[in-house]
Design a protein around this ligand. Structure first.
Ligand code: PEP
Ligand code: MG
Length: 581
């Protein structure tokens, strides 16, 4: 058994077989064969080595003829590696003594070689590492062990272990079979993490390099609450986790019974408890869990989950589906927040040195009007179907807000000219997620109908910490006192200007932090659907006075750690069921 620690990003526990993907997303095969198959595995290996050897020799001859001896020598070096006696004695030991399949042995040995070469940090040897992996890929192909789209054709429950998953790869995971995932890179605030929460798949990211050392893993546990990956757990550990999973199931069943009760504190203060969604199909779960509305619809996932650029009609259909299902409850549609870790395809794909400080979000939309216009038309048209509001992300300057509003007006006029029905008094809001916007919030307050604080980005830009970077994940805390001061300032300014304000960043999905936000004056929270039951339970267990006392105490604390420890203590007193043993 081996236990690895990473960053917990999506709660829950899962126990299943490991599906190990290598750095390029290829499946690494599993692993031990019956004693009776050992001879067969040897035979398969020898055939594979012979075929690859012939192919390499062929490539060497052709490349030498076309590009000269020096280039052809690349393949000569690969041939030499392929016939290295040390390689063969290691493979023989693994297959003969350890009963590993030929494919598994090839993958494990060659990955170990490549890692050892890379560790030497010499650019020439790093290139050799690539050659080693090339040979691995060719041998695995001959052994029939390479699956190019291992996530597309699953037939049994698995936990995916991989170097990384992009937000769109995460979005396309098949929930019937993918019970959890763990990645080497990534941070708590990245959109991969957010999508995992949306899909309710337990996930741990930012574990650091672990794939080479777990190549033999069969069964694994993902502990998305505490950020652990347990490889080949013993019986006692499995029993412990099964008990935890059972506790979660029974708590969920209990909370489900309260789903249609209002999010109201003990003193009768009604809190608007809304849901964040990425896809229309999530609306059903929001309603089942008693969401008061959709507080954040991340529309950019329409781009990320399809190869085609969505048309105005695609936008309209998606929005209409959500709005109709919500039956008059508020729906806040956020305009495209592409860029940074949510890269589009085709003309939108671009490389930047600091993408989180670059062309993302409203900036990208304002520079790509042929992208932005159809979306705004679709929002205006769909808005006649219910209580819809539009919200612009990452607004930093008043100029950006004014440009976006102007475009909205122009698009509305076009619709009017063409006699297409649309909502002319669509409420317009903005996200508060850049410190500059907080500093100017009194000015913004004169030009918008509502604010929503995006704590994910506000923490990133206040603390100068990339939200998806595992190296600085410990510094990325929305409960940092500096972030809390900006949140408090935003609440105070919006109250003074009588502009409604909500919090839709992940901070509000943590019940303890949600209570702090109530104490700071927030009366509108938006959380992932999976968090609705727990946050509602926390709200219903407290009075506003208790929350205010919490906020009062927190104002005196000096670090995120102190804040979170104190909040957890208070939650344990006020809503003990929510604090797992
Ligand atoms: C945020 O930044 O807090 C937010 C809600 O937006 P996103 O996570 O999509 O950037
Ligand atoms: Mg944001």
């Amino acid at each position: 058994m081996l236990e690895l620690q990473g960053i917990p990003v999506s709660p829950g526990v899962a126990i299943a077989s490991a599906l190990v993907l290598d750095a390029d997303g290829y499946r690494i095969p599993r692993c031990i064969v019956p004693a009776s198959d050992v001879d067969g595995e040897f035979a398969r290996l020898h055939v594979a080595v012979d075929v690859v050897s012939e192919q390499l020799e062929q490539s060497r001859l052709e490349t030498t003829a076309q590009a000269g001896r020096q280039t052809g020598d690349i393949f000569a070096a690969q041939l030499q590696m392929l016939h290295d006696p040390r390689l063969h004695s290691e493979l023989e030991k693994r297959i003969g003594d350890d009963r590993q399949s030929a494919a598994f042995a090839v993958s494990a040995v060659l990955h170990n070689y490549a890692t050892a070469l890379r560790k030497l940090e010499n650019p020439l040897l790093a290139d050799r590492a690539q050659d080693v992996l090339d040979i691995e890929r060719q041998l695995l192909t001959q052994l029939g062990a390479v699956t190019r789209q291992p996530l597309a054709d699953l037939t049994e429950p698995v936990i995916v272990l991989s170097r990384m998953l992009t937000p769109s790869e995460t979005a396309s995971l098949d929930r019937r079979f993918v019970k959890g995932f763990c990645t080497e890179i990534g941070g708590a605030g990245g959109h991969t993490a957010i999508v995992a929460k949306g899909l309710e798949i337990p996930a741990v990211v930012g574990i650091g390099e672990f794939l080479p050392i777990i190549a033999g893993a069969d069964r694994v546990i993902v502990d998305g609450d505490r950020g652990r990956l347990i490889i080949d757990p013993d019986d006692e550990t499995i029993a412990h986790y099964e008990e935890r999973a059972e506790y979660r199931r029974s708590l969920a069943a209990k909370l489900a019974k309260q789903s249609q009760l209002p999010a109201e504190t003990l003193d009768g203060t009604r809190i608007a408890l809304n849901a964040n969604i990425e896809f229309p199909h999530e609306t059903a779960a929001c309603l089942a869990r008693g969401a008061d509305g959709i507080g954040l619809y991340r529309t950019e996932f329409l781009y990320l989950s399809s190869d085609e650029e969505p048309s105005e009609e695609d936008h309209y259909q998606a929005y209409a589906e959500v709005i109709k299902q919500m039956e008059g409850r508020p729906v806040v549609i956020r305009t495209l927040d592409l860029g940074a870790d949510k890269m589009g395809r085709g003309k939108l794909a671009h490389q930047e040195n600091n993408p989180f400080l670059g062309l993302r979000s409203i900036r990208l939309s304002l520079r790509n009007l042929d992208l932005f216009r159809p979306q705004l038309r679709a929002v205006l048209r769909a808005a006649v179907l219910g209580d819809v509001r539009v919200m612009f992300p990452l607004v930093t300057t008043l100029g950006e807000l004014r440009q976006a509003r102007m475009l909205l007006n122009v698009v509305a006029e076009d619709l009017a000219d063409s006699d297409i029905p649309y909502r002319s008094d669509l409420p317009v809001g903005m996200m508060v997620e850049v410190p500059a916007a907080v500093m100017m919030l009194d000015h913004f307050a004169r030009e918008v109908d509502f604010f929503s604080i995006g704590t994910n980005d506000l923490a990133q830009y206040t603390l100068a910490v990339d939200r998806s970077n595992e190296y600085v994940a410990d510094l990325y805390q929305s409960s940092d006192p500096a972030v809390l001061r900006l949140i408090q300032a935003s609440i105070d300014i919006s109250d003074a200007n009588q502009i409604p304000i909500s919090v839709c960043g992940e901070m509000s999905s943590n019940p303890a932090r949600a209570l702090l936000l109530l104490g700071m004056g927030v009366r509108n929270l938006s959380v992932p659907p999976s968090a609705l039951p727990r946050v509602k339970k926390a709200i219903r267990n407290v009075s506003i006075e208790q929350c205010q006392a919490i906020a009062e105490r927190v104002r005196k604390l000096e670090s995120a750690r102190d804040v979170d420890l104190y909040l957890l203590d208070r939650l344990a007193e006020l809503a003990p069921e929510l604090v797992m043993q």
